[in-house]
Each structure stands twice: as structure tokens, then as C-alpha cells.
Design a binder for this molecule. Structure first.
Ligand SMILES: N[C@@H](CCC(=O)N[C@@H](CS)C(=O)NCC(=O)O)C(=O)O
Length: 214
């Protein structure tokens, strides 16, 4: 059985939701938990041999291959289990889905996570990685807020970013909105469409994992 090396946080939960969306129940993947608050993921030599960066998740296949980075892990699962389709049926559809994922990853996730590590997350992250100054962190958070508003305007009345149906683009955006809530962050002013989007996708069976303690 494959193993998902998992923890709190949006990246492992993105993969967990993806597995549920694919109909691959958690009983088909062994989940191994790490305490990222104490930094267990960066101290365990066995884990570092699987993922030298120490980040979570890692998806360990039955042959021992270790896949890292949540988005590529999900693309791998999609290739192994094509239905239901979450990345697009054709090259054009996949380009559309990946466009939103790439934009969101770069324009929201990067400044948001760097801003969090420099602010509320500083006690946890400063001992384990380079963290920008509190001032730079505030600027990065403001940049990500601006882009959340951009995504809100793109969404408009729809609950889908691509292809007029539920795709990986919706899933990653939903997970990072939920990440914010779990660390006491709120969607910025002017994102009513995203608030509705989150409430809607919270009804999905896969979203139940956000109610579980690790
Ligand atoms: N780009 C990576 C990011 C992984 C990441 O930062 N994971 C967080 C949990 S959501 C983590 O490992 N945090 C604890 C740490 O960095 O020590 C991915 O897509 O998987």
C-alpha cells in the first residue's frame, strides 16, 4: 500500500482531499503523521532520506519511490487514476487548469506563506529556515491579499475557476483559504465571492478532512 507522509497544513491536506475526490479512500493509503509544530519532519533521519527538504507531504509508492511537492503528487495520482478527471481532459483543458494553479501558487501561496512565516508563524519557522523581516512579511501579506481580491474578481458568480466544473484549481484555492482559517487568518476585505466559494466546497465529502485532528 502507498504511504502518505502527512501533517497539519494545506499541502498534505490538498493531497488527502485529492485522494478522496479520486475515490481512493484513506483505507487504501497508509497515512504517517509528523508533528510539524515541533519540527519532527526536519529531525527524523528516515524522513529526510525520503525527502531531503523535510517538507510534508511525501507520497511513498509501494516500490519505495518517494514523490514530493503536493501539486506534482496530485498529477501523478491523476495519471494513475484518470477518473474522475480533475486536471482537464485535453491538452487545452489541462493548460487552462494549470494556468490558474500556477498563478495561484506564485501570486498567492508564495507571498502568503512567506508573510505568515515572518508574522504569526515566526516562532515556529525562524529556527528552521530563512524568514524575511516582519516589515517585509507585512508587505508580502498585503501583496497576497491583493491577489486574493484578483482571484475573487475572476471567480465572480461561479464556484469554479476553470472548465465550468470542479478541478484541481478549485481544490488548491480551497485548501489555502482553509489554511488561513486554521491559523486565525481571514480572507481579505472584498472577497465575498471567495467566501461563497469556500462555503460551497466545504460541503464536499473530501472537505471533511478539515474537521479531523491529525
Ligand atoms: N511546495 C511544497 C510545500 C510543502 C510545505 O511547506 N509543507 C508544510 C506543511 S503544509 C511543511 O512541511 N511545514 C513544516 C516545515 O516546513 O517544517 C509542497 O507543495 O508540498
Amino acid at each position: 500500500m502507498p504511504k502518505l507522509h502527512s501533517s497539519l497544513g494545506p499541502n498534505p491536506r490538498l493531497v488527502r482531499m485529492f485522494l478522496v475526490e479520486k475515490g481512493i479512500g484513506e483505507d487504501h493509503v497508509e497515512r504517517i503523521h509528523y508533528d510539524i509544530i515541533t519540527g519532527e519532519n526536519r529531525q527524523d533521519a528516515d524522513y529526510l532520506a525520503k525527502n531531503p527538504l523535510g517538507t510534508i507531504p511525501t507520497f511513498e509508492l509501494e516500490d519505495g519511490t518517494c514523490l514530493t511537492e503536493s501539486w506534482p503528487i496530485c498529477e501523478f495520482i491523476e495519471e494513475m487514476h484518470p477518473e474522475p478527471n480533475l486536471f482537464g481532459e485535453t491538452p487545452k483543458e489541462r493548460a487552462e487548469v494549470r494556468k490558474w494553479v500556477r498563478l495561484f501558487d506564485q501570486e498567492v501561496v508564495v507571498p502568503m506563506t512567506m508573510g505568515f512565516r515572518a508574522g504569526g508563524g515566526r516562532p515556529m519557522f525562524e529556527p528552521r529556515m530563512s524568514v524575511v523581516s516582519a516589515e517585509a512579511g507585512a508587505e508580502l501579506s498585503a501583496m497576497s491579499d491583493e491577489k486574493w481580491r484578483y482571484f475573487d474578481s475572476v471567480l465572480g458568480d461561479s464556484n469554479h475557476f476553470a472548465l465550468g466544473r470542479f478541478t484541481f484549481a478549485d481544490l488548491i484555492i480551497f485548501c489555502f483559504a482553509n489554511f488561513g482559517f486554521t491559523v486565525g487568518w481571514k480572507l481579505p476585505e472584498g472577497t465575498d465571492n471567495l467566501t461563497r466559494f469556500v462555503a460551497e466546497h466545504n460541503k464536499r465529502e473530501s472537505a471533511a478532512i478539515w474537521q479531523q485532528a491529525e
